[in-house]
Design a protein around this ligand. Structure first.
Ligand code: SF4
Length: 328
């Protein structure tokens, strides 16, 4: 019997043992009936990007764009259907999500070609690497691309705001993927490219009454949209040099961001050690205790049973009425 240890197991194990105990396949293996993660907007964007970076379709940009839109709409529709048929009872404005997602993708299609200086090699790669006493490390990688320097893992993220990036050199999730790829496919991965998409719509610049474009630098627009509008209206780009330069710079609001982190040999060796140590600890019947904090507990999907458990109340009824054992 193999015991799968997934990336989420590792992060929950280190974040809060109580949460890990609720969710891990090694323990209670529970998930809420209302699969909130199925409603994740990010999942639909991932579905779109999976089509957009399909290696087989790479030369045909129009086909990739169309496939990405279909992938996104299909993912949203799947959740919409669940809501109609299943026990999901919270309200989601699907049309709003559709408009936002389609708008984001449209802008991404204008931005990405100038930034995709690689070619996709594999998309949605599942891996399974043997670890310790029958355990395997399992995960899924969004995208693997190749450029002049070698292979890179691409990790797509949707985010409300772009946060600090310094900590990413210590993020061992993607480093663990690189380690797993080396073990499973013999691929020497150079590093990771974090591909972030902001959950916000950029718009074309304002057209003034005299037919020219506003040169305000506080518009929610991008270089690509600005340039496209200049061309569409038959205006002269030279008249907008200053504002174009601004929207092309980091000083302007960004809607997409790429951050590259390079792994060296030591990083991957250390990640391997940590994965093995954690697997060993997880399988050795570890002590279970909560680690409450504002960061950990805000939005924790096991908040109610956790509170009941700590208060000595009937947490088992809460679990049996609102949670189910995972089937996948
Ligand atoms: S509510 Fe907080 S302490 Fe309880 S399981 Fe969730 S993260 Fe852990």
């Amino acid at each position: 019997v193999t015991t799968p240890i997934r990336t989420s197991d590792r992060s929950y194990f280190k974040r809060c043992r109580q949460l890990w105990d609720f969710t891990s396949v090694l323990r209670q293996n529970l998930e809420p009936f209302q699969r909130a993660e199925a409603l994740d907007f990010g999942t639909a964007i991932h579905a779109a990007l999976e089509c957009y970076y399909d290696p087989e379709a790479w030369p045909d940009v129009d086909a990739r764009e169309k496939a990405a839109i279909m992938g996104f709409l299909g993912a949203i529709q799947k959740v919409e259907k669940l809501v109609v048929e299943g026990p999901l009872d919270f309200e989601i404005d699907f049309n709003e999500q559709r408009m936002l997602g389609l708008g984001m993708l449209d802008n991404y299609f204008k931005w990405a070609p100038a930034h995709d200086n690689f070619k996709p090699v594999y998309v949605e790669v599942e891996f399974e690497v043997p670890l310790y006493a029958g355990s395997v490390y399992q995960g899924r990688i969004d995208l693997i691309v190749e450029d002049d320097y070698g292979y890179w893992i691409v990790d797509h993220k949707t985010t409300a705001v772009f946060g600090a990036t310094e900590w990413l050199v210590l993020d061992d999730q993607c480093a663990s993927y690189a380690w797993a790829l080396r073990r499973q496919l013999g691929l020497e991965v150079r590093g990771v490219i974090y591909n972030e998409l902001r959950k916000k719509l950029a718009h074309p610049p304002t057209v003034l009454k005299n037919g020219t474009l506003s040169v305000s630098k506080s518009q929610e627009t991008t270089y690509e949209l600005y340039m496209a509008t200049i061309i569409e209206l038959g205006l002269n780009p030279a008249d907008y040099d200053d504002v174009l330069e601004y929207y092309a710079s980091d000083a302007a609001q960004q809607y997409f961001r790429r951050t590259k982190v390079i792994f060296n040999k030591h990083t991957l060796e250390n990640v391997e050690k940590r994965i093995l140590l954690e697997a060993q600890e997880m399988m050795d019947n570890p002590a279970i205790y909560p680690t409450p904090s504002r960061f950990n507990c805000t939005g924790c999907r096991f908040f109610a049973p956790c509170v009941a458990l700590q208060e000595g109340a009937d947490y088992e009824t809460i679990l049996s009425e609102n949670y189910q054992r995972r089937t996948d």
